[in-house]
Design a protein. Structure first.
Length: 394
């Protein structure tokens, strides 16, 4: 089948020439008849010069570019991209006997817009964010099992919450290859039950790996409070780091059960840990002053799109004000935002105004971000989402 052509309006090729992978619908002058969502299309300038090839979609982002300067893709396109993604994770030292979970594909950051793949041992959990990647799922899954060193035996496809609702595609959560429920993966020598069937996202937040490892180094002799604990990642690193006590809080009973199970897996019978199923804001309001000297705030994204920035910032300010008010003098606060719409500067300003409100003197010790297996294509700054601060509160 011949590949269809999408032509841009005059002057709208600038960002594509700079290799930004998104083409907005407003830049397009004509879309061919009978085009299907998810179809591979060739993109041309108004003058007919080839710009590249991408997946078409109805919506504000109309094309997600897969390759620039070509008018078709080679048959082994996915295989090559996946091999190069795998090679990068190897280079980063993430594939080791004591670490078998990592992000293999981070969408635009791996030049595969619309696709996310996390690896847990010999299982890959794959999410499509675009119809194009949804239709390519079988091909991607086959290519995954063909990277010889990766030894992937199972591919679980989980896209019911990531595909655009309007595309009207049948959501799908199922194994494409193999089947294995109940995997235990290892991160920096610590064990985690990964529930990709029922858990959030791909079952685990791989993106906090390095920030958890940093927390471990601060934990010795401290009383730790891990808010929004989900699978208990920060709590388990704090235990290994020699914390005096660790408390984990999440409003979801399922998350607290996951934390407890992971704690039992790594520190069976260790009574330094307790967990609470409670709303974070209520917990912070009710807790005593000076009770904790290491607090982690890793909430869900408060601003899921640009329109929510203002309220999101209010949320971050409120949350951080509470922590500043209650943390023990000399305490350490790890505070995060995973809202893509909120910039590093905006987040820092919200945390600054929280410190003013609480009347605490605060120093920035570390500025944190997403790890290298969540790379950011320099042409696509929207790929930066995770930011964090490690603060000393006098
Ligand atoms: N820190 C975790 C990831 C946090 S994800 C890690 O390292 O893996 C965000 C978590 O916040 C989810 O588990 C969700 O259940 C929880 N959550 C959302 N709203 C909450 C609230 N108001 N109070 C407490 N927990 C909340």
């Amino acid at each position: 089948m011949a590949i269809k052509t999408i032509r841009l309006k005059a002057g709208k090729e600038e960002s594509v020439l700079r290799r930004h992978p998104w083409i907005f619908s407003g830049a397009i002058s004509s879309v061919p008849h009978y085009i299907e969502e998810g179809e591979l299309v060739k993109v041309e300038t108004s003058g007919g010069d080839v710009l590249g090839v991408g997946h078409y979609q109805i919506g504000s982002i109309a094309v997600r570019m897969l390759e620039f300067g070509v008018d078709s893709l080679p048959d082994d396109f996915f295989m090559r991209r996946l091999e190069s993604a795998y090679a990068l994770r190897g280079k980063l030292g993430l594939i080791r006997p004591d670490n078998n979970c990592y992000r293999l594909v981070h969408g635009e950051g791996d030049f595969l817009p619309g696709l996310v793949i996390d690896i847990y041992g010999d299982t890959a959990v794959m999410q499509a964010h675009s119809p194009g990647m949804h239709f390519a799922r079988g091909e991607v899954a086959d290519a995954l099992t063909m990277i010889p060193e990766a030894r992937i035996r199972n591919v679980y496809y989980k896209s019911d919450s990531t595909l655009p609702f309007k595309a009207g595609l049948e959501p799908e959560n199922q194994y494409i290859i193999g089947q294995y429920d109940g995997n235990i993966a290892m991160e920096n020598g610590l064990l985690f039950n990964i529930d990709w069937l029922k858990g959030q996202k791909t079952g685990f937040f791989v993106d906090q790996r390095e920030n958890r490892a940093l927390l471990e180094r601060f934990a010795r002799g401290r009383r730790v409070l891990n808010m929004f604990c989900y699978t208990g990642g920060f709590s388990i690193y704090a235990m290994r780091g020699g914390a005096l006590s660790v408390e984990s809080v999440d409003s979801s009973a399922k998350a607290v059960a996951l934390t407890d199970a992971n704690m039992e897996l790594n520190f069976p019978g260790d009574n330094r840990h307790t967990s609470h199923t409670e709303d974070a804001f209520k917990f912070l309001a009710d807790m005593d002053n000076d009770r904790y000297d290491l607090i982690v705030l890793d909430p869900p994204a408060f601003a899921k799109h640009r329109g929510a920035i203002k309220n999101g910032l209010i949320g971050y300010r409120r949350l951080n004000t509470r922590a500043f008010e209650k943390i023990k003098p000399g305490g350490i606060l790890f505070t995060f935002s995973c809202s893509q719409a909120i910039s590093r500067e905006m987040f820092r300003l919200a945390v600054f105004s929280a410190s003013v409100k609480a009347g605490r003197k605060v120093r920035i010790l570390h500025q944190l971000s997403q790890p290298a297996d969540h790379p950011i294509d320099i042409a696509h700054p929207e790929g930066e989402y995770l930011k964090g601060l490690v603060l000393e509160v006098e």
